[in-house]
Ligand binder design. Structure first.
Ligand code: NDP
Length: 324
């Protein structure tokens, strides 16, 4: 059958994303064929498109979507035609109306969670899950610093950290974004006009925080280290402002015997059991109402380039989806 998908022939600016007609074969053994209902747009998609994370061309784009199972490949027993499913980190190619996916990479969408919320937040929510509960265990009474608090991962992580009993200091890049982040942060800092590390020390009685969650990268790296208490952990999980430049490990010594980790979702959800457990934990906190997901941007699939422009220009808040 024929379907439509975004294809890249080369890396570059958003204009390299072209919506084209492609052949879609029947699903192979172990695969299902999905009709997407909503497609997640994540910052990592811009890294694949721009060449920051190299991919093999020609290539599809996007790793996250929700949809309905339309055909089953041989040997698939976990799903049936008509099931609502989502995936947070599939092989590149979610920017498509239909696609084949390995059944082992899919999770069922619980009743009460919309396709749009699943597609717009499963990757971000599972990322918040491992950051707050596995990379570093956030406990009641701790104060944590989370950058880009009005963004996709940021909104979810701040609410979840509060639900775990932490005091949350969030940063955001404008007055309007600070207003948006205020309900799920105890303190919000506009890091475009304030030295955030100094504020963190003021807010913590000059102690610093035990952990910083930093998806911004280059622009915040030094300030994040400066915000930590001695022996604190910098969780550097993204590069929205560009990758952190090379540095000597001595830097960590001079700032107080600090730790640094650069985690990825793929390493935390590497088995089916991990994928299902993390997704279930995330869907449960959303169902409880303690984490509210806002899908604030919707674009037709054909306008994926505009979605990338807006994301990279810091114009978005919360989650973003493409409508197939
Ligand atoms: P966001 O919705 O959070 O968008 C990124 C935000 O980063 C912007 O809204 C902006 O917020 C902030 N930012 C700061 N400086 C810049 C800049 N120069 N250019 C663009 N944005 C900037 O994106 P996502 O929720 O998709 O992802 C957040 C981060 O998490 C990304 O770095 C992403 O790669 C990472 N990530 C990592 C995963 C992992 O497992 N390692 C998995 C999923 C996401 P403001 O204007 O308020 O500063």
């Amino acid at each position: 059958m024929q379907t439509h998908a975004i294809r890249l022939e080369a890396a570059g600016d958003p204009s390299v994303m072209q919506l084209v007609e492609i052949d879609l074969p029947d699903p192979a053994p172990g695969e299902v064929q999905l009709r997407h209902t909503a497609i997640g747009v994540n910052f990592i998609d811009t890294y694949h498109r721009s060449g920051l994370y190299p991919v093999k061309f020609p290539s599809g784009l996007g790793q996250e979507a929700a949809g309905v199972v339309e055909k089953l490949g041989e040997g698939v027993t976990d799903f049936k035609v008509g099931d609502r499913v989502a995936y947070p980190n599939g092989p590149l190619g979610s920017y498509a109306r239909q696609r084949n996916m390995p059944a082992a990479r899919l999770v069922p969408i619980p009743d009460g969670i919309s396709d749009e919320v699943a597609a717009g937040s499963l990757m971000r929510g599972m990322t918040a899950q491992y950051l707050l509960k596995q990379t570093f265990e956030v406990k009641p009474g701790m104060t944590v610093l989370i950058h880009a608090a009005a963004g996709g991962v940021g909104q979810i992580a701040c609410q979840w950290a509060q639900a775990l009993g932490a005091t949350v200091i969030g940063t955001a890049g404008s007055e309007a974004k600070c207003r948006l982040a205020r309900p799920f942060c105890d303190h919000v800092i506009d890091y475009t006009n304030e030295h955030f590390a100094e504020r963190v020390h003021l807010l913590t009685g000059n102690q610093g925080v035990p952990v910083v969650y930093d998806g911004v990268g280059a622009a915040t790296f030094e300030g994040s280290l400066a915000s930590l208490a001695p022996r604190g952990l910098l969780v550097s999980f993204g590069n929205a402002s560009g990758p952190v430049p090379p540095f000597s490990p001595n830097l960590l010594a001079s700032k107080g015997s600090l730790y640094l980790t650069r985690p990825t979702l793929g390493n935390y959800a590497s088995t089916r059991a991990e994928l299902l457990a993390m997704a279930a934990d995330y869907f449960a906190i959303v169902a409880s109402g303690r984490v509210r997901v806002t899908v604030n941007q919707r674009y037709p699939l054909a306008d994926a380039a505009q979605a990338h422009r807006d994301l990279e220009a810091r114009k978005t808040t919360g989650s973003t989806v493409l409508i197939p």
